[in-house]
Design a protein around this ligand. Structure first.
Ligand code: SF4
Length: 705
């Protein structure tokens, strides 16, 4: 029997057809009907069935190291949370969620923390993935709204990939782009990245940009377009504000090609070619990802890109737009329900006019906070300071994934109450848990996710959970009941949560003020059969657009009070973690092709380890020589924050002065491959996204004798 679901690994959100025989998943293939992938899967996706089984799973709840019944565990969670709230207030409680959670899990958690526990401190590891893109879209469009879709990528005449190793991190999208390029010989691809990656295979032009100089490069493009008469003045006049200010900010620095080429450390002729291509094509998609977002000026970088699209009228039409791609499978779904500390619910912020009264009334919430909560990095700092005394972590492993990862260890050790909901038995974070709650995993969980093109898809439960594992939404709803909020969390099935979420998305919308773009109210009446049969749809899904919406802003009207998009003045800033004499190498981090996050799942498929079997540092040959490192040897990479011990790979793909370490390895696998220990806890002031593409480190040979 074949069942249809969605891949849990990345923001492409591929449809998967899984074969189940005698209660065992024996194989997977791409779902030919799913619009994200039309039958394709990448290596990780095609090994999904090899990562299943009870081995390594959490099978029973534990309280203070002792196995207990679910009744006891839920009672303990509720009793201890209530004690913290009663003694210290809701502000002393925090939740840290994950883009792995389904939308229904996220919704229930957001409602419990913000509406009923009175805690605004509910954030997510998606903060590490796309928070700058969210802030950039909001500043430009008035809403967190990705304007384009995967077909736009195929229909473009020019695709600019900046800060994105699409070939490794979103492989199916890369396959789609490569095929489109083969079919359309006129299509051009430009790759802008400090590293030569596999994505460069399809590049007509490659700019090995100096790390952190992206905003300068796009500011230069804005000025170049103006100088060459390539601003779409009609579009700018009718649909935007702020072009003069944005242009003045760009011209505050030297915008001659020679100066820009020097600042970005690229060849001036190549830069001019890119500028000409961008300026002269209408159908341009600029796709950006963590290389842009994970920066202390990530939001500005996003807006520098969006400015160029607005200036040329290159959005709201087929094959055009600034397109941020999320790393996680449900980073978008988490944004929809309000699962970020600065959001309230349903794409409303705390200060969206009327939002607090609306959400309070809809939930009948007794304790809605009035101000936003702490974002991931500052949240863990508050835990260490003792301001947060109860922390519930769901489906994520912050001891490995957050910057200044040793601070996270200290914070968890100091926190009086740490609750961890997790499906795997051996994550680094579990060592700090007072209460452990076994959760279901992919193939068992049932609900929805939203991919990078706003497409909501079903993830289906196909196999029974092992041991005592329970769904996250169920655990949250049960805790709510033990806290006395039974009526508000009377959910019997994820469908009940989804339709409530859909109703809230339309609740009070269009009643005055600015209509919210995120609206799926046409899905409010799904019964269980209709929910189970839900086909992938792109939001908004409304009475006017019951089949969803492929592309936004086609009319040129945006979600701002006056309907006009904003060009934002950007003053390029250098990364805050600058190299210095003691730490002379610039550290970059990212994923490898066949692994996922902290490897808790992908490491279970041996063939996925064939690609890269151990943590490593890529370093330019001249830097390797200068630091006495040899290919295949071991290195200690260190700075004032921590250290990692890794294998040396001498690679000409690196710029001189830059090194790259993948993010995946953790104590479980090597003891010392955690790159998170090497990044300072510095974040973008607008988005709160940490800077994990630009650290400063030293390297030395590791003597293992
Ligand atoms: Fe899964 Fe992403 Fe690969 Fe698609 S591209 S199969 S969603 S990991």
């Amino acid at each position: 029997m074949q069942q249809h679901t969605t891949c849990p690994y990345c923001g492409v959100g591929c449809g998967v057809a899984a074969t189940i025989e005698n209660g065992v998943m024996t194989g997977v293939e791409g779902d030919r009907a799913h619009p994200a992938n039309y039958g394709r899967l990448c290596v990780k996706g095609s090994a999904l069935h090899e990562t299943l089984g009870d081995r390594g799973r959490l099978l029973a709840p534990r309280v203070d190291g002792r196995e207990v019944s679910w009744d006891d565990a839920l009672d303990q969670v509720a009793t201890r949370l209530a004690a913290v709230r009663d003694e210290h207030g809701g502000q002393a409680i925090a939740g840290y969620l994950s883009g792995q959670l389904l939308t229904e899990d996220y919704y229930a958690a957001n409602k419990l923390f913000k509406g009923f526990l009175g805690s605004p401190h509910l954030d997510t590891n998606s903060r590490l993935c796309m928070a700058s893109a969210v802030a950039g879209y909001k500043r430009a469009f008035g809403a967190d709204a990705v304007p384009c879709n995967y077909e736009d990528l195929e229909e473009a005449e020019l695709v600019v990939l900046v800060g994105s190793n699409l070939a490794w991190n979103h492989p199916v999208l890369f396959q789609r782009l490569r095929t489109a390029k083969q079919r359309n010989p006129l299509m051009r691809v430009v790759v802008i990245d400090p590293r030569v990656t596999d994505t460069c295979e399809i590049a007509d032009l490659y700019l090995p940009i100096a790390p952190g100089s992206d905003a300068r490069l796009f500011n230069g493009l804005l000025a170049f377009m103006a100088d060459k008469g390539r601003h779409d003045t009609r579009y700018l006049r009718r649909h935007t504000r702020g072009v003069e200010e944005a242009l003045a900010a760009a011209r505050a620095e030297d915008t001659s090609l020679a100066a820009l080429a020097e600042a970005c450390d690229v060849d001036a002729e190549a830069l001019e070619t890119f500028y000409y291509w961008f300026a002269s094509q209408l159908h341009v998609v600029t796709l950006y990802s963590q290389g842009i977002n994970q920066s202390t000026s990530g939001t500005d970088k996003c807006n520098a890109i969006i400015n160029c699209h607005l200036a040329g009228g290159k959005l709201g039409l087929p094959g055009a737009g600034p397109f941020s791609i999320t790393g996680q499978p449900n980073a978008m779904g988490g944004r929809e329900v309000g699962g970020l500390a600065n959001q309230l619910a349903a794409h409303m912020d705390y200060h969206t006019p009327g939002a607090q009264a609306l959400v309070k009334a809809f939930w009948d919430a007794p304790h809605l906070p009035e101000e936003p909560g702490l974002k991931a990095v500052e949240l863990f700092a508050a835990v260490e300071r003792g301001e947060i005394r109860a922390l519930w972590i769901m489906a994520t492993n912050p001891v490995v994934s957050l910057p200044d990862a040793d601070q996270v260890k200290r914070a968890l050790a100091a926190c009086p109450l740490v609750i961890v909901s997790e499906c795997m038995a051996d994550t680094d974070t579990l060592a700090y848990a007072d209460i452990v709650l076994p959760a279901t995993s992919w193939s068992e969980k049932d609900g929805t996710v939203t991919n990078s093109e706003r497409r909501i898809s079903r993830q289906r439960g196909m196999l029974p959970p092992p041991g005592e594992a329970r769904h996250d939404w169920w655990i949250i709803a049960q805790v709510a009941k033990y806290l006395g909020y039974e009526e508000a969390f009377e959910y019997r099935h994820p469908r009940d949560i989804f339709v409530e979420h859909a109703r809230l998305s339309g609740y009070g919308n269009h009643a005055g003020g600015i209509p919210r773009l995120f609206d799926i109210s046409a899905l409010s009446d799904l019964d269980r059969n209709a929910y189970d049969a839900l086909v992938p749809l792109q939001w908004p899904v409304t009475a006017e657009a019951p089949q969803g919406t492929a592309r936004l802003f086609e009319t040129g009207r945006f979600a701002t009070p006056d309907g006009l998009a904003r060009l934002v003045p950007v003053r390029p800033a250098l990364p805050e973690q600058a190299v210095e004499a003691r730490y002379p190498l610039c550290l970059n981090s990212g994923r490898v092709r066949d692994q996922w996050h902290t490897m808790t799942r992908t490491a279970r498929a041996p063939r996925l380890l064939n690609h890269r079997a151990e943590p490593y540092v890529d370093i330019h040959p001249q830097d390797a020589r200068a630091h006495a490192l040899v290919d295949g040897g071991l290195a200690r990479v260190f700075n004032r924050w921590g250290e990692a011990r890794v294998r040396v790979r001498v690679a000409t793909s690196q710029r001189r002065g830059d090194v790259f370490i993948p993010i995946h390895w953790n104590a479980q696998f090597t003891g010392a491959g955690r790159v998170g220990t090497l990044f300072a806890p510095l974040t973008d002031p607008l988005s709160g996204q940490p800077e994990t593409k630009h650290g400063a480190v030293a390297c030395e040979p590791l003597d293992v004798a």
